[in-house]
Write a protein that binds this ligand. Structure first.
Ligand SMILES: Cc1cc2nc3c(=O)[nH]c(=O)nc-3n(C[C@H](O)[C@H](O)[C@H](O)COP(=O)(O)OP(=O)(O)OC[C@H]3O[C@@H](n4cnc5c(N)ncnc54)[C@H](O)[C@@H]3O)c2cc1C
Length: 383
């Protein structure tokens, strides 16, 4: 039984099939979401989709995002960054989350059933199996319960109690939404940056724009705000006029605006008995790491491998965690480091960061990031 038809849940169903398991995936939403933010797939996750035979399909849905132009609130160019400067010759894909999830869903064989508009209302580990109660009233007897229900996981909170210390806010919020605005920038990826706030726009294949804001904010609970557009407008008061115009447009069109905090999940263990957390539910790395979806994919593959070599599922979960933990530990440490400099709050720190990024030799940047990603690939390859 898998809770959540996101990246981790669907990838787990795929890899479980490969080692002879059947799975039932329950997804709270009525269907696969049709919009979504842009994500970069590199490192271990890229290798996993290659081994799943999904590269051609994902490449067809992917975007060429070569260069990101940063402008300040008056439109002046601050810097230009190319993704290649960071990852050098490592392969990567830029793809929307919904396109990735769609490709994963389409790749499942008939050993996996997805039930939309369904969720879990309780579960009990009986030692030999888990009794899982569904909202429809049915109780399913599962050999394994996998909570792949994202950052605000119900499974995690039911298994380990209310979220407390495991939530580690990085001091930022993000917002994502689509805008029905025909291409209006000189490149496919434009950022407006100011102290404490970054707004990014990606040109989509259908002519729309995918918008993402990230801003520093010490407040808590903003994700529960009833009026996300007004909240974003208050964040964007001093932003470039185009940022405000696009926001007005999204608000006027009633486009859904998602707001949430950048909070890492750091748990001392990811399973108990026959219940396992996977993906963001277990170890949300946040967008700062650039590896959350990648590790959701890679960890599903590792789970399949652990189940293949162990007769007992509980032993397999221990094996899975022992292999995954060193990589997640590295990525969490990197996210914490990156968060400190991601969007500087004070004007001085902001201008200093831009100066350093403009002038730092690209070879240094590339060496730092590409060697880190290579090390993570090696860790995943090690059995
Ligand atoms: C703006 C943004 C940019 C990002 N950029 C990158 C990037 O460049 N590279 C990268 O690798 N990662 C990136 N990430 C991170 C990546 O998107 C996540 O790490 C990844 O989606 C995690 O997958 P998941 O399956 O664990 O969770 P999710 O993708 O959140 O899926 C969870 C699923 O569970 C469902 N669900 C939730 N609760 C329940 C319930 N109670 N019952 C049933 N179903 C439920 C949800 O509807 C959802 O379908 C980014 C994230 C964000 C927000």
């Amino acid at each position: 039984m898998i809770v959540g038809a996101g990246v981790a849940g669907l990838a787990a169903a795929w890899w479980l099939d490969k080692v002879g398991w059947r799975s039932l995936v329950v997804e709270r939403a009525p269907g696969l979401r049709q919009n979504g933010y842009m994500l970069g797939l590199s490192g271990p996750g890229f290798e996993t989709v290659g081994r799943m035979g999904l590269l051609d399909k994902l490449e067809a849905a992917s975007y060429r995002i070569d260069e990101n132009v940063y402008r300040d609130s008056s439109g002046r160019e601050l810097l230009r960054l190319r993704y290649r400067d960071f990852i050098r010759d490592l392969p990567y894909l830029a793809i929307r989350r919904n396109d990735l999830v769609q490709a994963l869903a389409e790749s499942l064989s008939d050993t996996a059933e997805i039930r939309f508009g369904e969720t879990v209302t309780g579960f009990e580990d009986k030692g030999t199996h888990v009794d899982v109660a569904l909202e429809c009233g049915e109780t399913v007897k599962a050999d394994l319960l996998i909570g792949a229900d994202g950052f605000r996981s119900y499974t995690r909170q039911t298994l380990f109690g209310p979220d407390g210390d495991c939530l580690q806010p990085l001091g930022y919020y993000f917002s994502v939404y689509d805008v029905d605005a025909p291409k209006q920038f000189e490149t496919d990826f434009v950022s407006y940056a100011e102290p404490g706030h970054l707004a990014e726009y990606y040109a989509l294949h259908d002519g729309r724009l995918a918008a993402m804001h990230v801003w520093r904010d010490p407040r808590s609970g903003l994700e529960r705000s009833d009026d996300k557009a007004t909240l974003l407008k208050s964040i964007s008061v001093g932003s470039h006029p185009q940022v405000r115009a696009l926001l007005d447009q999204a608000d006027g069109a009633g486009d859904p605006i998602i707001v949430d905090s950048l909070t890492m999940i750091d748990l001392p263990r990811w399973s108990k008995g026959r219940v396992l957390l996977l993906g963001d539910a277990a170890h949300c790395l946040t967008l700062v790491s650039g590896q959350g979806a990648g590790m959701a994919l890679a960890s599903a593959e590792m789970l399949g491998e652990a189940l293949r070599v162990s007769d007992d599922p509980v032993t397999a979960l221990g094996r899975h965690e022992a292999r995954l933990r060193p990589i997640i530990g590295r990525l969490q440490a990197r996210s914490r480091k990156m968060a400190a400099i991601f969007i500087p709050q004070s004007p001085f720190a902001f201008h200093l960061r831009n100066f350093v990024m403009r002038n730092m030799p690209r070879a240094w940047l590339g060496r730092y990031f590409s060697s880190a990603i290579r090390a993570e690939i090696e860790l995943v390859r090690m059995r």
